[in-house]
Design a protein around this ligand. Structure first.
Ligand code: FES
Ligand code: MG
Length: 588
């Protein structure tokens, strides 16, 4: 790294060639309370990109942590400016928080590019806040360091751990079986959220925060620290100190988020049992930083990595346990032991991932398993293709023994099955009809969800994991395979084929499927097909086109309409396509 001599903020605050504008810039920031001496002293101006707000409880603790970040920035010789990022609250935003990932991205790009900012602390946490911030940092490419808000403390109910999101699926089953009522339902679910912080399960938040560290964008060991712990305050201070040094070293996102860093993240994702949302977000970040990354990379590098982390929904434990067991560095060290990590990738502390993580022992082998005796085998994603879609993914590790018995019992072809399709058009249709006996859903049915993709929903809803009808649950059948062009919550463990691209709303094969059709799913060969002749499919396609295509609901907001016009499909990151060509814009 070369020592940076000219800070970009000098163009605003200390530009003798343009005294008019310099004076104007200066007087208004003086008005905020800074002094001319500070603004012209050559101190880096550091933005704290604040994703916490009253609307976003998962990240709200960042408002408190920002004080320690400021302390660190100031002590290292920088000037801190806390700036708002458009809030993204996973559980609060209608129709879906995923709609706002690209909006927050756009806003942050404008902010980092258009103001006198030399470096940025990205306050990450709740699901989409992490990719939104990393995507913006990739596009602008000024020195950037991420700071996780940390997970909530473990939830407890009657002596058992209750985990975010995962408890909802459990509570639904209990209510459908008549074991709890509405009040009991809410009490049980709320027990999983005992403190400030993000979801304490291995959902999309813990996944994306872990991967941000594995990619080198956070200080080592920081992702897993629970939000209320004192260590979280401490790491906030060190993060603030470090970003100032990074500006002087000119250490940029493009130096850190290389293809090797993404491949490391793919492997770590399998080992932690990461969310099926991770490929969407990582492929999106990769596109903005200009790294080639495809779903095939996920299968090639990730599929056969075993699951090491015993966290809900796949396992038993929660965020506090993950931290005490060693967090990301302990997982990375297990992979290093197998030669599965590019150790020389650079991280925000100026050292390599190998230097940071090599030798970090597991502190609790109930929570993080050693590679040689993993919690489960083959924890990555299988990519499926066929006449239903060009690509979709399945997390093979969620296949239960019960599922295997019901669907994968053909001794001649144990990884394939045929079944009847029952098709729902969006989550509202599913909620209205799932318990309708006329659908004749039985234990050999595949449930399909369409109209739930980036254009159809819009933003792509987390709705593909559908429960079985009440009458089947009462017979003890809870898992039916689900297939769809939407997403699935990372906190759900249901056996689903997800993220189908292209979606029905842009003419994907799912739009041609009808309830009652036979489908064949071949997990071994990575195929998913309707057993319908090509001639019949062509007839259906022409009929659909004559009817104006697969219908989706009208735009509710201007942003929905704008995004629908330019968003890519999930396999290529669900990004704003015209934004992809804007790379490293701070370098001109
Ligand atoms: Fe915000 Fe899960 S809802 S992290
Ligand atoms: Mg989610």
């Amino acid at each position: 790294m070369t020592e940076k001599t000219q800070l970009r903020s000098r163009e605003w605050f200390d530009n003798p060639a343009n005294p008019d504008m310099t004076a104007l810039y200066l007087e208004r920031y003086l008005n905020y309370g800074l002094s001319q001496e500070e603004l012209q002293s050559g101190k880096p101006i550091i933005a704290i990109a604040q994703t916490g707000s009253d609307l976003s409880p998962c990240n709200r603790h960042h408002i408190e942590l920002a004080k320690r970040v400021r302390d660190g920035i100031r002590e290292a010789g920088g000037i801190a400016l806390e700036v708002p990022v458009h809030p993204i609250q996973e559980t609060g935003k209608r129709p879906t928080a995923a709609l706002d990932r690209n909006l927050a991205y756009l806003g942050l790009v404008e902010l980092l590019y258009g103001y006198p900012i030399d470096g940025v602390v990205l306050t990450i946490g709740c699901d989409k806040t992490t990719p939104a911030c990393l995507m913006a940092a990739a596009t602008v490419n000024i020195p950037a360091i991420a700071l996780s808000v940390g997970p909530m403390l473990n939830g407890w109910f009657r002596g058992e751990r209750t985990g975010s999101g995962t408890i909802v699926w459990k509570a639904r089953e209990l209510m459908a079986a008549g074991e709890i009522d509405y009040e009991g339902f809410i009490k049980l679910v709320a027990s999983s959220a005992p403190s400030t912080g993000y979801c304490n399960t291995m959902g999309t938040a813990t996944t994306m925060n872990s991967l941000a560290e594995a990619m080198g964008m956070q200080l080592p060991g920081s992702a897993a620290i629970p939000a209320p712990y004192r260590d979280r305050q401490e790491i906030s201070y060190f993060t603030g100190r470090r970003i100032v040094e990074m500006v002087h070293e000119d250490l940029k996102p493009s130096d850190i988020m290389t293809r090797e860093a993404f491949l490391n993240a793919i492997r770590v994702n399998s080992a932690i049992g990461g969310s099926t949302n991770a490929p969407i977000h990582l492929n999106g970040i990769a596109r903005h930083v200009g790294v080639e990354l495809s779903l095939d990379d996920w299968q090639e590098y990730g599929e056969h990595i075993p699951l090491l982390v015993n966290l809900q929904p796949a396992g038993e434990y929660l965020g506090e346990d993950y931290y005490h067991a060693g967090g990301v560095p302990a997982v990375v060290n297990q992979l290093i032991g197998q030669g599965l990590i590019h150790e020389d990738t650079l991280t925000v502390n100026g050292r390599t991932l190998g230097e940071n993580c090599r030798g970090t022992e597991i502190a609790d082998t109930n929570v993080i398993y050693p590679y040689e005796q993993p919690f489960r085998a083959d924890a990555g994603f299988r990519v499926l293709r066929g006449n239903l879609f060009d690509s979709a993914i399945m997390k093979m590790s969620v296949i239960s023994n019960d599922f295997r018995k019901r669907y994968l019992s053909d001794p001649d072809d144990p990884m394939a099955f045929e079944a009847k399709a029952v098709v729902f058009d969006g989550p509202e249709d599913y909620h209205a009809r799932i318990d309708d006996p006329a659908l004749e859903i039985d234990e050999n049915t595949v449930l399909f969800m369409r109209g739930a993709g980036p254009v159809g929903y819009p933003g792509a809803a987390e709705v593909v994991n559908m429960r079985a009808p009440d009458y089947l649950i009462r017979q003890g059948i809870t898992d039916l395979p689900c297939v769809g062009d939407g997403r699935q919550s990372g906190t759900s463990g249901s056996p689903s084929i997800l993220n189908a691209s292209p979606e029905a709303a842009v003419g994907g094969g799912l739009a041609l499927l009808r309830t009652g059709d036979r489908v064949r799913i071949d997990l071994g060969r990575g195929r998913a097909d309707m057993l319908i002749s090509d001639a019949e499919l062509e007839e259906r396609r022409q009929a659909l086109e004559a009817a104006g295509g697969y219908p989706y609901p009208p735009h509710q907001t201007p942003w929905q309409e704008m995004q629908r016009g330019v968003v890519s499909q999930m396999d290529s990151g669900m990004v704003l396509e015209p934004a992809v060509s804007y790379r490293r814009i701070a370098q001109g």
